[in-house]
Ligand binder design. Structure first.
Ligand SMILES: NC(=O)c1ccc[n+]([C@@H]2O[C@H](COP(=O)([O-])OP(=O)(O)OC[C@H]3O[C@@H](n4cnc5c(N)ncnc54)[C@H](OP(=O)(O)O)[C@@H]3O)[C@@H](O)[C@H]2O)c1
Length: 351
């Protein structure tokens, strides 16, 4: 069996997490790691049994034994790193969000096309077995009337941010809350309910965002970063909304309501359990009617496996793009994120 040899960029916790899933794909091999620090590269390589280490992205990307690069670094670095790798002829699987804004995504897509390489956003939500089942099932449920997606998770980094803002912690603002790193709640977790919405229903025709921000120190002085948002999207014939937060939790499920019933997903970022609530099933205490059906399909043994399976499938098929995580979808999502940030007054240095 031919293996796809990957170079990994960045030695943070996300690279550790994804590798646990990636190694379950028999066609995957972790061949190299690139870090800004040699010590970090050595540690990471020994943890994951990786042979080659690099501290320079051009050196890793020009190594002929490497087929593809996984980028697991902060958002503001994705564009430049991916373009360097693609210009060396490497396929790129890049963490979400694909870039800081839609201009960068467009440039990356053009670079992938010019070099004839695969570029895919590492968005697991739309590649999991249960999301794919929902996508298929939707076709038989009649007209879709509402999409309601939620991902709210209180971040431990918010506790750190509060200490930094109170002058009790001299550390820099964590990348996920730092506009200099193209961070914020929308880029970090708001994208999770939005990307599947675009995969299922395409681009909305209108966006109205209600966003909470706090001012944080940046290279451009104190600037707003978003910590929570509720966004309403316009689609012909249906309504849609996304709610996300890094400062409060929520147990709300994600729902897709159709004329023939509701698909109810336990969570949208990683869907592990799905119920079908047929039209007529009790939604108040007194009604009677058809009962709720559990329609969950078996999950992968690790949630990150699906993105490597999809990426390698695309490579082996010679297609250059994933259907669910296509560059058109990534570009549409980037345009939505741009518009929500515009309404919220959140800007990044690369805008
Ligand atoms: N799919 C998911 O479930 C998931 C979950 C969390 C995060 N993410 C995504 O993963 C990415 C990384 O997020 P994170 O919170 O892990 O970030 P992070 O901890 O700030 O950085 C991750 C690693 O990137 C490298 N790095 C940091 N700053 C850099 C810079 N200025 N230039 C180049 N490399 C740099 C560092 O590795 P070295 O020291 O080795 O260079 C660091 O350990 C983001 O795009 C985020 O959206 C995805």
């Amino acid at each position: 069996m031919k293996k796809t040899c990957f170079g990994i960029v960045g030695t943070g916790r996300i690279s550790d997490w994804v590798l646990k899933g990636a190694v379950l794909e028999p066609r995957f091999e972790a061949a190299a790691v690139c870090s800004r620090s040699e010590d970090n590269a050595v540690d990471f390589a020994s943890r994951h049994g990786i042979e080659k280490i690099f501290t320079d992205i051009d050196m890793m990307a020009s190594d002929p034994s490497i087929d593809a690069i996984y980028i697991g670094t902060p958002n503001h670095t994705h564009h430049d790193l991916a373009i360097k790798c693609m210009n060396h002829g490497k396929h790129v699987l890049c963490e979400k969000p694909l870039a800081s804004n839609s201009r960068e995504v467009r440039e990356m897509a053009a670079c992938a096309k010019a070099n004839g390489v695969v570029l895919m956003e590492a968005m697991i939500s739309t590649l999991s077995p249960n999301f794919r089942m929902v996508q298929e099932r939707l076709e038989s449920l009649g007209t879709v009337r509402n999409y309601s997606g939620t991902f709210c998770q209180y971040s431990t980094k918010y506790d750190k941010l509060k200490k930094i803002l109170a002058g009790e912690d001299p550390s820099p603002v964590p990348s996920s809350f730092n506009p200099d790193c193209s961070g914020g709640a929308l880029m970090d977790i708001g994208i999770y309910p939005i990307y599947p919405m675009v995969t299922l229903f395409g681009r909305p025709s209108g966006i109205k965002a209600n966003v909470l921000t706090v001012n944080v120190p940046t290279s451009r002085g104190m600037r707003p970063v978003d910590i929570q948002g509720a966004v309403v999207f316009e689609y012909g014939g249906m309504t849609a909304s996304a709610v996300y937060s890094k400062v409060a939790d929520s147990k709300l499920r994600t729902e897709i309501s159709c004329e023939n019933g509701i698909l109810s997903l336990d969570q949208i970022h990683i869907t592990r359990q799905v119920e079908f609530i047929p039209h007529g099933a009790p939604t108040s205490g007194r009604a009677s009617g058809p009962s709720i059906e559990g329609i969950t399909v078996p999950c992968d043994p690790d949630e990150y496996l699906c993105e490597f399976r999809e990426f390698i499938d695309v490579l082996e098929s010679g297609r250059l793009e994933s259907c669910n995580n296509s560059l058109d979808n990534s570009l549409a999502v980037a345009g939505i994120l741009d518009e929500i940030r515009r309404q919220a007054g959140v800007t990044f240095p690369s805008d």
